[in-house]
Design a protein around this ligand. Structure first.
Ligand code: C2E
Ligand code: MG
Ligand code: MG
Ligand code: MG
Length: 291
């Protein structure tokens, strides 16, 4: 309701009596957005830090509302998580991501992988493994080309249950990545307990590299830990050549960030793969943000 402009006033208005911060109109707009096919997947390259070759993509959900324009995931994912819509959206995303990977590989003429975010509620859902099996079966993508991104928080809610689900995921060949590594409320013990393959170092530790001494210490300690535990590391939010060079020097093999490719629609990702273009030269998400 803070926004001005007619369309916004209508959609953002908070009905009286609603829980603070819970926007009923935005929630209603989400349901209609699902029906109208307003949700899309964008793809952000995960690249080899040295060669800048695209190794895979993270799928990131986008909601293009007809009048609000692009609604960011930080606004709609929490709502979907609260009302359960995330199970529907997440199942669609997983299936669509696997299908898209097929086309990416076809155009690239080589193997790639796809990384998909799994929210805490999806992870806890009884039917999650069914959804996963459907996505793999329908797309024909082997589980080994799928990375499932979960946060430390997801593991900590019910570690016993997490152990079972992670076991089932890895049985299917999928790799588990810890997203936003280092920012969750958890202990390192889970690295020992659970079958984790990838640490995605949060942008919070990357953005002030290489100048910030504490961030540099944290990143180098994480890289060292990962090396000894035989985990791979993806540095998130890499925006500068300086950050990339520093990470590469310290043995960080993979990076993901605006420097090497912003989240982009599938057709732009396909163009990048086809030409083997350095994605810097491709259209940026900012331009796609215009409604
Ligand atoms: P995440 O999984 O940690 O995704 C990385 C976020 O960092 C993305 O934001 C991406 O656009 C942004 N990012 C990547 N490189 C840079 C960079 O160099 N600089 C900056 N400033 N940002 C960068 P996005 O797409 O807005 O997504 C935010 C969060 O929403 C995601 O964080 C994830 O937690 C959630 N999310 C997005 N898509 C999905 C989805 O399909 N399912 C679920 N469950 N969650 C999703
Ligand atoms: Mg992620
Ligand atoms: Mg992340
Ligand atoms: Mg993050």
């Amino acid at each position: 309701a803070k926004e001005t402009g007619k369309a916004r006033t209508v959609v953002y208005s908070v009905r009286e009596g609603a829980a603070p911060g819970h926007d009923i109109s935005l929630e209603a707009a989400m349901f209609s957005g699902v029906r109208e096919g307003e949700f899309q997947l964008y793809f952000q390259p995960i690249v080899d830090a040295r060669s800048r070759t695209i190794e895979g993509f993270e799928t990131l959900m986008r909601w293009k509302h007809p009048t609000l324009g692009m609604v960011p995931p930080v606004r709609f994912i929490p709502i979907a998580e609260t009302n359960g819509l995330i199970n529907l959206l997440g199942a669609w995303a997983l299936k669509a991501a696997c299908m898209q990977l097929r086309q990416f590989e076809e155009v690239a003429g080589r193997e790639l992988y796809i990384s998909v975010n799994i929210s805490p509620r999806q992870f806890r859902n009884d039917r999650f493994l069914e959804v996963l099996d459907d996505a793999l079966a329908l797309s024909g993508v082997p589980g080994s080309k799928l990375v499932l991104e979960i946060t430390e928080g997801t593991l900590m809610v019910d570690p016993q249950h997490a152990e079972t689900v992670l076991g089932a995921m890895t049985e299917r060949g999928a790799r588990i990545a810890i997203d936003d590594f280092g920012t969750g409320y958890s202990s390192l013990a889970y690295l020992k307990r659970f079958p984790i393959s990838v640490l995605k170092v949060d942008r919070a530790f990357v953005k002030d590299l290489p100048g910030e001494a504490k961030d540099a210490a944290i990143c180098s300690a994480v890289l060292d830990l990962a090396k000894h535990l035989d985990l791979s590391v993806v540095a998130e939010g890499v925006e500068t050549e300086g950050q990339l060079a520093w990470l590469d020097d310290l043995g960080c093999h993979y990076v993901q960030g605006f420097l090497t490719g912003k989240p982009m629609p599938a057709h732009v990702a396909l163009a990048a793969l086809k030409e083997d273009l350095y994605t810097e030269f491709l259209p940026h998400e900012d331009r796609a943000h215009q409604p």
